[in-house]
Design a protein around this ligand. Structure first.
Ligand SMILES: Cc1cc2nc3c(=O)[nH]c(=O)nc-3n(C[C@H](O)[C@H](O)[C@H](O)COP(=O)(O)OP(=O)(O)OC[C@H]3O[C@@H](n4cnc5c(N)ncnc54)[C@H](O)[C@@H]3O)c2cc1C
Length: 488
């Protein structure tokens, strides 16, 4: 008889592990409580405007290709990935605007214009990121902490320690760049994992390196195309996909897992159960105790996302732009220490329709405006939403963005409160645990449960962490562990 797996949640990680196991001959059922699959990687469309509601940028695209290859196909046969040039346009509070170009000669010319001594700092900084990447590629990113190291891991660990990589991220940025513009630019990268540059270890220099060395990518038709393609592969692999259905308990006999129970009372027996939702909800699903979820001080950031379909075309704009706040340190103090939406938020503006006219009905643009917000379960009533919307629009207007209020055709807004209830994530947390300090950054919840046999975890709430490529790596690690345990 085929071995049976039940996956709780149809986020990217849940879909990826379902596919990996189905291809290896498992009988897989996946249950998602939402109406659509994809979890945070989702879609909203209205009146011919099509928006991604979650991820808007992909790094390390070969990790997506690895997954498609597991299913015997190639990513490029299903989706068209587009490398973005420039990576982003940065607009600073004093009005300076720079293109962060992936073309090295252009970028070096920009650095020379602003602070020539930072050319050498940029190369040193990227070298540091490259060395950290080479080390983590075969250690942290492919294996769960606590797993017995293999030969490759032991060989890689010889390269430790790297100067600077153990220190504080922001201080490392300052040690490499004199210009406050470049300091603010490179300090933004820890937000890719929902964390503060002032609290995260310098090891995360790997993120700017990965983006610069391997590009920032968009998927034609929107990033949700990746989910649509995965769903096709899952159907082909005969995975039983159930949506609009919450899993209300995980069954066990003693310490051995035996299945899941759905909200309509149906029981699905399983040899292994894989949690793709928030791991801190598992004790409750096991009937052990009610859980308050991840403690507020451990949470990564949430966000506010405003989606606007506008009738006006904006040919002078690029795909990505970042409108920086005046005082970055104060912004993060308000986000993490005061636990409130900042007075002056940094705003990320994504206009995917600049690269892809299939997203709009004829003319117009799709605007995706995002600002970081704390994931603390605070109130998100209409007064608060109005206030936050005003601050976001004020910041981009200050940076020269045109007034588009009268051009809006369709609009939607995602708040931390909405993310919390839509995805069952405490406070609307996007990347699980924050990466502040070594313990939180590198000892995330493990991929296999320490007490229950047959219970596993996948997705941004577990090792190696949030963000689309790392979530896919968690599916690779967890499926390998399941296979090893099933064979032993
Ligand atoms: C606004 C935003 C912007 C982002 N930008 C980027 C970006 O540019 N680049 C990038 O790489 N990443 C980005 N991310 C992060 C990325 O989307 C996530 O890391 C990734 O998609 C999470 O996948 P996951 O596998 O952890 O599942 P999740 O997306 O967290 O999905 C988990 C699913 O489990 C379901 N579930 C939970 N409990 C149950 C239950 N009991 N029964 C049934 N179903 C259940 C939930 O409904 C949910 O659908 C962004 C996220 C957001 C929200």
């Amino acid at each position: 008889m085929k071995k049976r797996a039940a996956v709780i949640g149809g986020g990217l990680g849940g879909l990826a592990i379902a596919l990996r196991l189905a291809i290896r001959g498992w009988n897989v059922t996946l249950c998602e409580r939402g109406a659509t699959l994809g979890g945070k990687m989702n879609l909203w469309s209205s009146q011919g405007f099509r928006f991604d509601t979650g991820p808007s940028l992909i790094t390390m695209p070969w990790i997506f290709d690895d997954l498609f290859r597991v299913a015997g196909t190639r990513l490029e046969d299903h989706c068209e990935l587009v490398c973005l040039h420039p990576l982003a346009r940065y607009i600073f509070d004093d009005g300076l605007q720079i293109n962060y170009s992936a073309a090295l000669p252009d970028w070096l010319a920009t650095i020379r214009d602003i602070e020539p001594r930072d050319v050498e700092g940029f190369f040193r900084y990227m070298r540091l990121g490259a060395r950290i990447y080479e080390l983590s590629r075969i250690t942290f990113l492919r294996r769960m902490p606590g797993e017995k190291p293999d030969r490759k891991t032991l060989a890689a660990l010889r390269h430790l320690p790297l100067r600077h990589s153990w220190g504080n991220y922001h201080r490392t940025v300052v040690a490499h760049f004199r210009s406050p513009y470049f300091q603010q630019l490179f300090d933004r990268y820890p937000t890719y994992v929902g964390s503060s540059p002032y609290k995260i270890p310098a090891t995360f220099t790997i993120i700017p390196y990965l983006e610069y060395a391997f590009g920032g990518w968009y998927v034609r038709g929107g990033l949700y195309r990746l989910i649509e393609c995965l769903v096709e592969l899952l159907q082909r692999a005969q995975v039983n996909l159930i949506n609009n259905m919450e899993v209300v308990s995980i069954e066990h006999q003693g310490k051995g897992i035996s299945g899941i129970v759905l909200a309509d009372g149906i029981r699905i027996p399983a040899d292994v159960v894989i949690m793709n939702g928030d791991p801190s909800r598992v004790p409750q699903l096991l009937g052990e105790h009610l859980s308050a979820g991840l403690p507020v001080q451990d949470r990564s950031l949430s966000g506010v996302v405003i989606l606007l379909g506008i009738s006006r075309t904006l040919p002078q704009f690029h795909h990505h732009a970042i409108y920086f706040s005046r005082d970055y340190h104060q912004e993060f103090h308000q986000l993490f220490h005061e636990q409130r939406f900042p007075d002056d938020p940094t705003v990320y503006v994504n206009i995917a329709s600049r690269s892809d006219r299939s997203l709009v009905p004829g003319g117009g643009e799709t605007l995706y405006l995002m600002a970081n917000a704390p994931a603390n379960g605070g109130s998100w009533d209409s007064r608060m939403i109005g206030e936050v919307r005003r601050k976001i629009l004020e910041r981009i207007r200050k940076g020269g963005f045109p007034d588009i209020e009268s051009d809006i055709v369709v609009s939607d807004i995602w708040t931390p409160g909405r993310m919390a209830s839509q995805y069952l994530m405490p406070g609307g947390v996007i990347y699980g645990t924050n990466s502040h300090g070594w313990k939180r950054a590198f000892l995330r919840p493990p991929n296999v449960d320490r007490f229950y046999r047959g219970l596993y975890y996948v997705g941004g709430g577990t090792h190696p962490g949030g963000g689309t490529p790392t979530v896919l790596l968690s599916a690779e690690i967890t499926s390998r562990l399941i296979e090893e345990h099933a064979g032993s």
